[in-house]
Design a protein around this ligand. Structure first.
Ligand SMILES: NC(=O)c1ccc[n+]([C@@H]2O[C@H](COP(=O)([O-])OP(=O)(O)OC[C@H]3O[C@@H](n4cnc5c(N)ncnc54)[C@H](OP(=O)(O)O)[C@@H]3O)[C@@H](O)[C@H]2O)c1
Length: 262
């Protein structure tokens, strides 16, 4: 069966980070196509609002993907709701910038709990259900910020780089079994996550545009979905020409002028 034929059948999908932004836009597209979607996020209210788009095809499962107790409880509920997941989209994420190189460990842990451990937890809880699908797909939403080191993004970018590596290792580890892994790396998307950013965001896209790009990639054989190309290509090139990035561009972007004295 081809990928597009596969999409003709109705899939059981779990989407985390579904209450707003990219996750919510993706859920709307998926239910429009007739799929059954379980939606997660910490706050129940936005999930209940989204459920109204297709009450018979959307189930709400509020949880914190970065908290051991919460995700374990969600996993148990998930197994009561269904015995099979065809696709899991780990989209939950948060961003905290490190202004002035504070190296505040609590902030770093919050970011890693949601962005990195959230992905690991989501896979662990869903893997037994994915293994009951004929063509299971595990998707993790990272970021183009993982391609090069951005000023103030020490925590956020590192958590997304960890996701990139995790997904590569997972792809290698599952090379002989039937699990498709997909790494999604968006550029700047207009969502609650970026609405407080006080810097220029080149090639800003809407959440709906981002969701459409992701869906097109999922329907193809892609294992990495980077977009928009007009941002991903220059960033990848800059990644290989790191002296240009670190000597010419980064000095104009960083806000740090002196190091704190002890
Ligand atoms: N916007 C961008 O420019 C951009 C670019 C690259 C990558 N991304 C990534 O895309 C993903 C979606 O972000 P977005 O831009 O759509 O932002 P968003 O609108 O803030 O969505 C993030 C969602 O994740 C949920 N969430 C956060 N922490 C969670 C946790 N610990 N457990 C469960 N749910 C949690 C939030 O809901 P609750 O607060 O209710 O939990 C929220 O609905 C994130 O992984 C983000 O890093 C975004």
């Amino acid at each position: 069966m081809s990928e597009s034929q596969e999409w003709c059948s109705k899939l059981n999908i779990w989407v985390t980070g579904a209450g707003s932004g990219i996750g919510a836009a993706l859920v709307r597209l998926l239910v429009e196509e007739g799929h059954y979607v379980i939606i997660s996020g910490r706050r129940r209210e936005p999930l209940l609002t989204l459920q109204k788009a297709a009450p018979k095809r959307i189930r709400v499962l509020a949880c914190d993907v970065g908290q051991d107790d919460s995700i374990a409880e969600a996993g148990a509920t998930l197994r009561e709701i269904t015995d099979q997941l065809d696709m899991v989209i780990a989209c939950a994420g948060t961003c905290e910038y490190d202004d002035g190189l504070t190296l505040d460990i609590k902030s770093y842990r919050r970011v890693f709990d949601a962005n990195f451990f959230g992905v690991v937890n989501t896979l662990r809880e869903s893997l037994p259900l994915l293994s009951n699908s004929r063509k299971p797909v595990f998707v993790a939403v990272s970021s183009l910020s993982s391609v090069v080191g951005f000023p103030r993004a020490e925590a956020y970018g590192a958590s997304k780089a960890a996701v990139d590596y995790f997904m590569q290792a997972l792809r290698a580890d599952t090379a002989n079994v039937c699990l498709r892994t997909v790494l999604v790396r968006p550029g700047f998307i207009d969502t609650p996550l970026t609405q407080e950013n006080d810097f220029d965001m080149p090639f800003l896209m809407t959440a709906e545009q981002a969701a459409k790009r992701i869906l097109i990639g999922l329907k193809s054989n892609a294992s990495v979905i980077d977009f928009p190309k007009r941002l991903s290509w220059p960033l990848r090139l800059l990644g290989t020409l790191s002296p240009v990035w670190f000597n010419l561009i980064a000095p104009r972007m960083t806000r740090i002028r002196t190091l704190r004295k002890v």
